[in-house]
Design a protein around this ligand. Structure first.
Ligand SMILES: Cc1ncc(COP(=O)(O)O)c(C=O)c1O
Length: 435
């Protein structure tokens, strides 16, 4: 029995099936954009632990920062005795995030926790209960964030009752426009729709926050048109509603910019980050206008592990790698190269209905028929499986599970990219022929 099979049996016995795994891989080592499984097989990583490894697995600067901090101390709890890395990282994120105004940052452990805190802060600041989220949104798995999340299976089924005062409006899904319109003649009606939404769903005077991802991650890399967020922001400002931009998946260079919302040229009131922030250690942040962030009373925000010193040191190293070492520039180049390669695949395979995204955060949506856009869900599952068998780790997303996304470490080499694309192409070829 392989070590992999041995551990699969142990996993099945000891770990609940609800904690899913996209591939049966057990990893013993990972470096850059390559993972090695426990039997010694090399896997090209196009998933980056779901968008966590932007600077690559085991980046030497991140490893060094973790080792150095771990040898000094690993925990005091910021609420008991404070430490420099927490404040240094907060200052860095306040400086680097969009917006020329005074900002403050607090830390938590996961993306979901960051979103929970962002909503607490928005509710406290406005004294209002309601939150508007979008179709296709994913904000996490806690009660509030699961409620904010759109997709029912697997995220919500059987887990209700849900948190109150969450409303959902259509998203800017141009490939499957919920209003049946076409960009640009639509005039980005999906953003203007917010005004109408207030009439039939919830009053603006009752709305604390509108929350949106710049590029919807789990929702299928749905990417709004350039005018979208400015329009949304103008409506929010008109009614004193806090615009929360959830950058848990999109920030830290994933789209070629440090924060994806920079592509849309707005500075949101509050931004949430996590995933790639600390290069694989659990850390999330809420960064926002100082007057909003300072709303909650002393003790109203925080948690035992939030802003752990080892994680903060790792995040400071991640920012150094991205900003000072030029990884953002590499991300932009990678984005252009990925777009070129995916466009070639789309021309070649009927199965690819749409290519979309920003920078190196790109996706292909697979459809059985380009005219009707019938989601090719089974084909997507087969594609992920075949690619894994050939040595490439890919993950799917989208409400129909028919979207393949690129979340590879930004440090991927040209040779690794070539190998990954060879596998993807040959698997697409097999699946297209078998139809
Ligand atoms: C946009 C977004 N928000 C929130 C979350 C939740 O993050 P976590 O799984 O760290 O709780 C995710 C996770 O995929 C995400 O993509």
């Amino acid at each position: 029995m392989s070590r992999q099979a041995e551990y699969q049996a142990l996993r099945d016995r000891h770990v609940p099936k609800g904690a899913s795994h996209a591939t049966p891989a057990f990893i013993k080592e990972a470096r850059g954009a390559v993972m090695i499984d426990v039997d010694g097989r090399e896997l090209i990583d196009f998933a980056g632990g779901i968008g966590v490894m932007n600077v690559g697995h085991s980046h030497p600067k991140v490893v060094a920062a973790i080792q150095d901090q771990a040898a000094k101390f690993t925990h005091t709890c910021f609420h008991v005795a404070m430490y420099e890395p927490y404040v240094d990282l907060a200052a860095r994120l306040n400086d680097l995030s969009p917006g020329d105004f005074h900002k403050k940052t607090m830390f938590a452990n996961s993306g979901a926790e960051a979103v929970e805190n962002a909503i607490k802060i928005a509710r406290h600041a406005t004294g209002r209960p309601a939150v508007i989220a979008l179709d296709g949104a994913f904000h996490g798995r806690t009660l509030l964030t699961m409620t904010l999340t759109s997709k029912v299976k697997p995220y919500k089924l059987g887990f209700g009752p849900f948190a109150p005062e969450v409303y959902r409006m259509p998203n800017a899904y141009c490939y499957r426009c919920p209003f049946g319109l076409r960009y640009p003649s639509c005039g980005v009606a999906c953003a203007d729709h917010l005004e109408e939404f207030f009439v039939g769903n919830v009053a603006p005077e009752q709305t604390a926050a509108v929350i949106a991802e710049p590029v919807q991650g789990e929702g299928g890399f749905v990417t709004p048109p350039p005018e979208y967020f400015a329009k949304l922001q103008a409506i929010c400002s008109k009614y004193g509603i806090v615009l929360v931009i959830d950058e848990v998946q999109t920030a830290m260079g994933r789209t070629g910019k440090l924060f994806a919302i920079e592509h849309w040229g707005i500075a949101p009131d509050v931004v949430t980050t996590a995933k790639s922030l600390a290069g694989g250690l659990p850390l999330s942040a809420v960064t926002g206008r100082a007057e909003l962030m300072d709303g909650p009373h002393v003790g109203g925000l925080g948690g035992t592990f939030g802003g752990n010193p080892v994680a903060c040191r790792a995040a400071l190293a991640v920012l150094e790698v991205l900003v000072e070492d030029g990884l953002l520039a590499r991300a932009e180049q990678l984005g252009a190269e990925l777009r070129r390669r995916l466009d070639v695949l789309q021309r070649r395979f009927e199965l690819i209905g749409d290519v979309r995204g920003k920078g190196p955060m790109l996706a292909i949506e697979l459809v059985r028929d380009r005219e009707k856009k019938t989601p090719a869900t089974d084909e997507t599952k087969k594609l992920v499986k075949r690619c894994y068998e050939k040595g490439l780790v890919l993950i799917a997303c989208g409400n129909f599970g028919n979207v393949i996304r690129t979340l590879m470490p930004l440090v991927i080499t040209d040779e690794q990219l070539d190998r990954g694309f060879e596998i993807l192409e040959s698997a697409l070829q097999e699946i297209s022929q078998a139809r």
